[in-house]
Structure formats: structure tokens, C-alpha cells
Ligand binder design. Sequence first.
Ligand code: NDP
Length: 247
Amino acid sequence: MNFAGKTAVVTGGSRGIGRAVCLELARGGANVALCYAGNEAAALDTVSACESSGGHAAAVRCDISDSGQVRDLMDTVLREFGRIDILVNNAGITRDGLLMTMKEQDFDAVINTNLKGTFLCMKAVARVMMKQRYGRIVNISSVVGLRGNAGQVNYAASKAGVIGMTKSLAKELASRGVTVNAVAPGFIGTDMTAAMPEAARSAVLSAIPMGRLGGPEDVAKAVAFLSSGEAAYITGQVLAVDGGMSM
Ligand code: NDP
């Protein structure tokens, strides 16, 4: 896919799915600005991997749940690259537990990062994209936002909320050449899923018709398509990348 001359912001680009998205966009020739929460070494590693594949890349530390930091991030990208064509809202966290024992701060932390962070980033780029009359926003939701999951009421609420925001903003921006879509990954092999106990992992695997975990690249390919010029007539959609799990 050709992203020459385009600038992309990828939140949570230091690791996992976000890193694979950065590499996919950079391979297509995009300038990639990634943000990360604290893992500078991983972020710099993604930057050099993007540059090895021919693109320009930069990493900015930014807590996406903080409106001031998000504004600074987008200002820095605009100063550095002049425009923002693609926003991939990928950064996310889990704080799992059954409702009866879930702490209020674990609910707030997940909503603030996954849902409010996505809102803040979309708000910070919407005007820029409207002025350009061009933009692609891709929000990373989850199969859990579609189906729910025991032990993840906070995460499921945040990811279902991301779908609601995606469809609403898609309607607001459709006439301005800006598309807004979501990708709902299933069970993807990253740090987020690595800590899962073996019994839970086998239970999830048995619910995947394809019988295997997805890789970050599987999600990145779908994100790249929705971020491309070729996806111009697709907006407000949720694309599941889950080996058939949500069928
Ligand atoms: P990882 O845990 O591997 O990586 C999370 C990324 O988000 C890191 O780059 C991290 O930065 C960044 N991040 C976390 N909090 C913040 C914050 N407050 N501000 C900025 N950046 C932050 O996650 P995955 O790659 O597994 O997941 C990526 C997305 O995909 C998430 O939204 C997740 O919910 C979603 N998803 C994942 C699935 C899976 O099976 N893995 C399934 C469905 C959805 P740092 O490196 O600095 O910590």
C-alpha cells in the first residue's frame, strides 16, 4: 500500500500491535510519529525499524489520557511533518478482575486510557483533517467490546465505547473526506496476552475457528488498508480480525 507523502500518528507504537502498524505504514512510505507511555527503549527500536524500511519516524512520550500531553503531541507532529493524514488509536491497557472485586481505580484507569485517550486524540486531529479535507482514523477496539468477557467489564466498556465513538464521529466527518473506522482484534500474541494463565489461553484458543492466535501483523494489515486511499468509501465500520472468533 502506498503512503508516500502521508503522515501517520500511531498511539502505543512502541510494542505489539502498534509497532506492527508503524512498520506496515513505514513500509508504504509514510512518515510515522508514534507515542508511548514510558518504554523509551522499545519506542526507539520501533523508530529505527521504521527508518530501516525507508520511512521517516519519530517517537514522543505522551500519556494519551492527558489532554495537555495529547495537544503537545499533535503540535509536535504538525511542526515536524506539516500535516496529519492518519491517526491510529491503538494504545490500550487492561486491569482485569471480576466486577465484585474490581477496584474503582482499575475501572477509571482503563476507561481513561482506552476510551478517553481515543476521544482526546480524535478531538486533537479532527480540525486538522477537516481543513485538509482528508483523513483516516482507525480505532483499535476488541472482540471483547463486541461480545463482553468475564473479568473485563472495564475493558469491555472501553472497547464498546470506542465503537460507539467511531460510528458517531464517522457521521460527523463523512462529508469532509475523513473516514473513521474500527478494527476489533481477537486474541493476538503480544505482551498484553502473554501473561494469561495456560488454562485461560486453551479456553480462548478452543473458541477460535482458525485454531490459532493472531499475530500483530494480521491486525496491522487490516489497519493499513483502512488507513489507505483505497478505503475511501468505507466509514463507520468495525472490522473483526479474530480468526472467526466473533462469528
Ligand atoms: P501492548 O500491551 O503490547 O502495548 C500497549 C502499548 O500501548 C504500548 O506501546 C504502551 O506504551 C502503550 N500505552 C499504554 N498506555 C498508554 C498511555 N496511557 N499513553 C500512551 N501509550 C500508552 O498491547 P497490544 O499491542 O496487545 O494491544 C494494542 C491495542 O490492541 C490495545 O488497544 C488493546 O486493547 C488492543 N487489543 C489487543 C488484543 C490482544 O490480544 N493483544 C486483542 C484486542 C484488542 P509503553 O510501551 O511505553 O508501555
